[in-house]
Ligand binder design. Structure first.
Ligand SMILES: Cc1cc2nc3c(=O)[nH]c(=O)nc-3n(C[C@H](O)[C@H](O)[C@H](O)COP(=O)(O)OP(=O)(O)OC[C@H]3O[C@@H](n4cnc5c(N)ncnc54)[C@H](O)[C@@H]3O)c2cc1C
Length: 666
């Protein structure tokens, strides 16, 4: 049994863990343990959205219990403080974790380049905690600024300085510019009193982007009154002051440092070889803080069973070091896992792999409504780029935690947005209180109960009178059991018919007289109706029962299966099911399921040509209760929490990532 230890559940750690868990799913050859300081995976690329109060904190943290579901990955919440490479042990304050293979994906930290006063006086944006700190601070500073009578102090409070115009800096400034408008409206501040400044030492912003895309971002920032100071180095900081090389200084209570990134202190403290600095060719010299030198198989140059991945590694490919971005993290994590598998399997089927990057492009958002991207050489800007960024995030999330997490993302990014800070604005944010839906829920329930009762009245449970559900099948199909009943009934019918014929002939004379009398009066009414005509006859079926659609549905789905189910059983089921849906809706019990079945039944009736236009509201009303609209004044208030708790513990829920909310600890 080989013991694989993964330190860090970031993009790289998760990619490695998932790959390993998939490979060793069935055999007991390897155990996989992932250790992280936090109980959740942080979506680092969206941190600015939390810091800038665009989305709620939950949207960037995915519990590991959700990520690893039923897989064999064991997750420990712990912080590793040292590693004994000779003994193959990683240690936290309290526990020793032995390993045979170690994946080191502890991520990056901000780099301050030794500039005096920066570290002590800035906010950073490199962890969930950083984002929350900034979020609370900005909220707080606006509130304080409103109450500040001193103009200078107020100006300082409303000045936000972002150092660095890379991904993080531009995205953070983008959030601030949108938040400024929302906060100004809230605190009755003139947005022009709020100053947002980006300071960049290089001559342009976003150096990895093409010039045309850079220009677009710069133009957007300027249009929204963000000051761009490019070619301006920061030389130091003191409390409330940022000093520039030009000799000027900026007074601010909010100085956000995004200008540098390296490996991290923990990785640096391990004593492994790191990358060279700048163009210094001396590989192995310890001067790239925390960026550990690896071979093309992603092994540390010092220990072949240690695999630094993601932001933690230093590897030159095509004369350039791998960038510290998500795609590097994912691809190096997978490469490391593949080489661990190759080491353990020792088979030609699983060869060792050399790293080869496959990057798809970049995208940068400036708030929730604007972005630029160059993905697979297709350049986009505005809402198209923004849509592309969301698509990429959803693609990542579906692999990490399934459809459930994608739905969470959609809710956070679009449906729950109240303040227009999304490219679909606030359209999805309007909510209806459940109690307004109560009358409709009761009425829909009552209708279903009546549908069921009506069917009993029509003889659906009087088996001796033959099938009442034959219309749901093609004319040539004989439902199981129906033929016997028909032959028994036909004798009785013949006898009855001869008596009835006499009665009919007597009655017809009377009827003829009545029709003649009525036709005079009826003609008048018909003449006035035809002048206007019927625009839409709601009593007609939505699809003609003999039309192409209904015939196809009957032949494809109904005839084959239902012909073998005794009609008595089928009819009993339909009657009980309809009444069941109705009673559940009335009682507010399993409302979601009752609404879902209500919709399915209606669609079934529609497509078999038996559902009239005037009943279409059944379907639309059903959709209302799928969103939880039925919970008010219903039994679900007690039943659903118990059901969710039970379901979240099932293997199926964990395998499919289909949780209600978050699962309990794995
Ligand atoms: C605001 C922001 C925006 C970004 N935007 C983009 C973008 O748009 N596109 C892009 O490609 N990249 C972007 N990046 C960079 C990208 O997020 C990183 O390259 C990526 O997160 C690296 O992944 P990783 O797995 O190496 O490390 P991380 O994702 O940082 O994960 C490291 C994990 O290790 C854990 N850990 C650290 N030390 C220990 C320890 N001692 N013991 C236990 N656990 C530990 C941490 O808790 C963390 O969970 C952005 C980064 C930031 C901060």
């Amino acid at each position: 049994m080989k013991n694989i230890l993964i330190i860090g559940g970031g993009y790289a750690g998760i990619a490695a863990a998932k790959k390993l868990a998939k490979h060793f799913k069935k055999d007991g050859e390897a155990s996989i343990t992932l250790i992280d300081k936090r109980p959740f995976h942080t979506l680092m690329t969206e941190l600015h959205e939390v810091a800038g109060h665009r989305v709620e904190p939950d949207s960037v943290r995915i519990p590991y219990a959700k990520v690893f579901g039923v897989s064999k990955v064991q997750v420990e919440m712990d912080a590793i403080v040292s590693i004994d490479f000779a003994k193959k042990e990683a240690k936290s304050e309290t526990t020793v974790y032995p390993y045979d293979y170690l994946v080191l994906g502890a991520g990056a930290e901000p780099e301050f380049f030794g500039i005096p006063g920066i570290k002590e006086n800035c906010f950073t944006l490199w962890s969930f905690d950083d984002a929350m700190k900034l979020r609370f601070h900005v909220d707080d500073i606006f509130e304080k600024a409103v109450a500040e009578p001193n103009r200078e102090k107020r100006r300082k409070m409303l000045t936000f300085v972002v150092a660095g115009a890379g991904f993080t800096g531009v995205e953070m400034a983008g959030e601030l510019l949108e938040w400024r408008d929302a906060m100004s409206a809230k605190w009755l501040i003139d947005p022009k009193d709020v100053r947002i400044v980006i300071i960049e030492a290089m001559s342009s912003i976003l150096p990895f982007f093409e010039e045309d895309l850079r220009d677009k971002i710069a133009a957007y920032l300027k249009k929204h009154d963000v000051e761009l100071l490019t070619g301006t180095a920061i030389t130091g900081a003191e409390p409330g002051v940022v000093q520039l090389k030009t000799g000027e200084s900026i007074q601010t209570n909010t100085f956000i440092w995004t200008a540098g990134v390296s490996g991290n202190q923990f990785a640096d403290s391990l004593g492994l070889s790191t990358g060279p600095f700048g163009k210094n060719p001396e590989a192995g010299k310890r001067n790239r803080r925390g960026r550990l030198l690896v071979t093309s198989e992603m092994r540390s140059v010092d220990y072949p069973d240690v695999f630094p991945v993601g932001d933690n590694l230093w590897f030159i490919e095509g004369e350039k070091p791998l960038p510290q971005i998500v795609e590097t993290a994912l691809q190096t994590g997978i490469c490391a896992a593949e080489n661990i598998i190759a080491d353990i399997e020792k088979s030609e089927k699983y060869p060792h792999k050399k790293f080869k990057s496959d990057y798809h492009g970049f995208m940068v958002s400036v708030g929730g409504k604007y972005a630029v991207s160059n993905a697979m050489n297709i350049k986009m800007s505005g809402i198209f780029a923004q849509a592309m960024k969301h698509f990429v995030n959803l693609h990542y999330l579906i692999g990490v935690a399934g459809i459930n997490q994608c739905w969470e993302y959609i809710k956070h990014e679009f449906l729950d947005r109240k303040d227009q800070r999304s490219f679909v604005r606030g359209f999805g944010a309007y909510k209806t209180r459940g109690y307004w839906l109560l009358p409709l829920r009761l009425w829909l329930g009552l209708m279903w109960v009546f549908e069921g009762v009506n069917k009993i009245g029509e003889g659906w449970l009087a088996w001796a009178t033959g099938t009442k559900s034959g219309w749901m099948f093609s004319p040539w199909v004989t439902q199981a059991g129906a033929a016997d009943v028909v032959s028994a009934a036909s004798d009785a019918a013949t006898t009855a018919a001869s008596g009835a014929a006499e009665a009919v002939s007597a009655a017809s004379g009377v009827a003829e007289a009545a029709v003649t009398a009525a036709s005079g009066a009826g003609a008048d009414v018909a003449t006035s109706a035809s002048q206007f005509g019927t625009i839409w006859d709601f009593t007609k079926p939505i699809f003609d029962s003999n039309g192409a659609i209904a015939t196809w549905v009957r032949e494809t789905f109904m005839d084959g299966v239902m012909a073998y189910i005794p009609f008595q059983g089928f009819q009993l089921f339909v009657v009980l099911f309809e009444m069941g849906i109705g009673l559940c809706l009335i009682g507010g019990l399993f409302t979601w399921w009752a609404a879902a079945f209500s919709i399915v039944m209606c669609l079934m009736f529609t497509f078999t040509g038996m559902f009239e236009w005037y009943k279409l509201w059944f379907i639309f009303a059903g959709f209302l209760f799928l969103g939880g609209g039925g919970r008010a004044f219903g039994l679900d208030c007690w039943v659903v929490p118990c059901f969710k708790k039970w379901w979240n513990g099932t293997k199926l829920a964990r395998r499919l990532y289909l949780y209600f909310g978050n699962p309990s600890k794995k």
